[in-house]
Design a protein around this ligand. Sequence first.
Ligand code: ZN
Length: 204
Amino acid sequence: MNLEYPTALQSLILHLKRLPGIGSRSAERMSLWLLQQPVGTLAALSEVLVQVEQEIKPCASCGFFATREGCAICQAPDRDPRLLCIVEQPTDILPIERTGAFRGHYHALGGRLAPLDNVGPEDLRIGELMDRIRTGEFEEVVLATGADVAGEATANYLAEILRSSNVRLTRLAQGMPVGGGLDTADSLTLHRAFQHRRNLSHDA
Ligand SMILES: [Zn+2]
């Protein structure tokens, strides 16, 4: 007969195998390691998992990670209400925050335009973006999508549809790693890219 792990352990291995970058062997090693931890460790872990699922939601306004109390960025009273930085993913926000180069608000699109993968404007949070620009007091919109082809295409599309609105459009300066997303840039590079962001508006 083919001897297998007990069902619960097999199930744990299968769940861990779904994590990014984890294969069968790693999932098995992780499961066995977890099994050997002191009593209470796994209960604490499962509690955290449930808590994260129940409490962490994308902010309805900017798309950053929010709790029941709301989003730390949108609620901060000291942020510049005239500046809006558009990024592809909510995970692009913290690298920018760490540079200290930007103290405005953010808008995470939830992706970028990729026609070959069937990702069009309607799949991104562009309607929400237009609403915010219409109702907010933004004076400058920084297009901080990636410096690769899809990131540039997304920035060009946004520049096109935002031209008629009454905001100054800027794009991060070159110096960003070509072909890379924001998460691959070091802090200094990102800081400089912000300081030297260039104007995309016609009028200035
Ligand atoms: Zn927010």
